[in-house]
Design a protein around this ligand. Structure first.
Ligand code: GLU
Length: 424
């Protein structure tokens, strides 16, 4: 694993982590290299430099990407990330993970991801709107309801999706709801979409605890990250009877061995000036490192990539890790966690509830017929449970980790579509 040093902090490359696992799956499957080579690289990489007029009248140029990893199983699908950490390798890894994720939950899409290097917290609503519209215009030949369908990711929400629908519809000259998912309800969004990723994390946690013979009401859980995925995962896991003993966000970690009132924490963040947990009372402040290494049954890393690494993996005390984020564990940490007997529900399964309900949203848009929340949740829960059971069984049968089972199942499926379709 290449570790480059940025200001003293080791940085891992998520693309290398993705490739290492892909290579291992290729080896397990005995897949011919000519097919594997197609899956090792993205189908298409689009990079744009986008000038935007800021509120003070100056023009700032933003680095923007859309990477389409695969289109063998359907139009490509994946979120758009606004973050200062965005870089091409990261977007390539995230795009490939979307391919594997869709295959794991049987959603008929390929994988893609977009990213803009920016700090959305430091930008006004007007600046974000102009940037999002300019990005949509720049990617107008990439996006499309049958081509490539974006969604929210870190730093973006239903508001950005509304701007994309509006801008894309203007370019097309007709309304095009199905070009993007994760939209506001009144603009063709789906009930249950906001909660979908966290809900899938909860279903994964519930399924894994059942396999491990742990009663949720006797279990403790630590959640890293308190954005859409972390906060909703925490809320729904708490509803299973699990005690959430620590949470964290950009302001740091918050620990209370007696349990944290998650709805109260969510309300606190929603009403706080800083939109963070800063100042949330009743907890002991801890660092991010301490949080990950707390004694607990379940650890849900739901913040970002490269949190569990060869440096700290040996000190992780959780019995179960359910990956809410994409790529929170580096490939170098996989063996350490396996040797410790920790069950890891991998990202490409654990957080696939989001794209599953994105698919339902797209289906509803195309039908012009909208489902009840109960129907959305029931179908999403069923898809997640089936995928979990499938991977658990496969892992058991082949004597591999659930992560490797996920890669094996995904690569097997995508390579089959690739072979059937053929190439030039
Ligand atoms: N950004 C989310 C993910 O990483 C959702 C993608 C989607 O719904 O297309 O899975």
């Amino acid at each position: 694993m290449t570790v480059s040093h940025n200001g003293g902090t080791p940085r891992y490359n998520p693309l290398e982590s993705m490739r290492k696992r892909l290579d291992k799956a290729v080896e397990i499957l005995g897949l011919d290299d000519q097919f594997a080579n197609v899956l090792r690289v993205p189908d298409k990489v689009v990079m744009a430099n986008i000038p935007v007029t800021m509120d003070d009248g100056t023009i700032q140029v933003f680095e923007a990407y859309r990477v389409v990893h695969s289109v063998h199983s359907g139009p490509s699908k994946g979120g758009i990330r606004y973050s200062m950490d965005v870089n091409l390798d990261e977007v390539k890894a995230l795009a490939a993970w979307m391919t594997w994720k869709c295959a794991v939950v049987n959603v008929p899409y390929g994988g893609a991801k977009g990213g803009i290097k920016c700090n959305p917290r430091a930008m006004s609503k007007g600046e974000l709107e102009r940037l999002t519209r300019a990005y949509t215009l720049s990617m107008r030949n990439v996006f499309g309801p049958d081509k490539d369908i974006p969604a929210p990711d870190m730093g973006t929400s239903s508001q950005e999706m509304a701007w994309i629908v509006d801008e894309f519809s203007k370019i097309q000259g007709h309304n095009s709801y199905a070009v993007v998912t994760g939209k506001p309800l009144v603009l063709g969004g789906s009930l249950g979409r906001v909660e979908a990723t966290g809900r899938g994390v909860m279903v994964s946690t519930r399924s894994a605890l059942a396999k491990m013979g742990i009663n949720p009401t006797q279990a403790t859980c630590v959640v890293q990250g308190f954005g859409n995925v972390g906060s909703i995962s925490a809320k729904l896991i708490a509803q299973l009877g699990v005690k959430i003993i620590a949470i964290s966000d950009i302001s740091g970690g918050y620990h209370n061995p007696d349990g944290i009132d998650i709805p109260k924490a969510i309300e606190y963040v929603a009403n706080s000036e800083s939109r963070s947990l800063e100042g949330f009372s009743g907890c002991q402040r801890i660092s991010n490192e301490e949080l990950l290494e707390l004694e607990c049954d379940v650890l849900v890393p739901a913040a970002m990539e490269d949190q569990i690494t060869p440096e700290n993996a040996a000190r992780i005390k959780a019995k179960l890790i359910v990956e809410g984020a994409n790529g929170p564990t580096t490939a170098g940490a996989d063996d350490i966690l396996n040797e410790k007997g920790i069950l890891v529900v991998p990202d490409i399964l654990a957080n696939a509830g989001g794209v599953t309900v994105s698919y339902f949203e797209w289906v509803q848009n195309r039908l012009g017929y909208y489902w009840t929340e109960e129907r959305v949740n029931r179908r999403a829960d069923r898809a997640m449970k089936m995928a979990f059971d499938n991977l658990y069984q496969r892992a058991d049968k082949e004597g591999i980790s659930m992560r490797m089972a996920a890669y094996v199942v995904a690569v097997e499926k995508v390579s089959r579509t690739l072979k059937l379709r053929g190439s030039f």
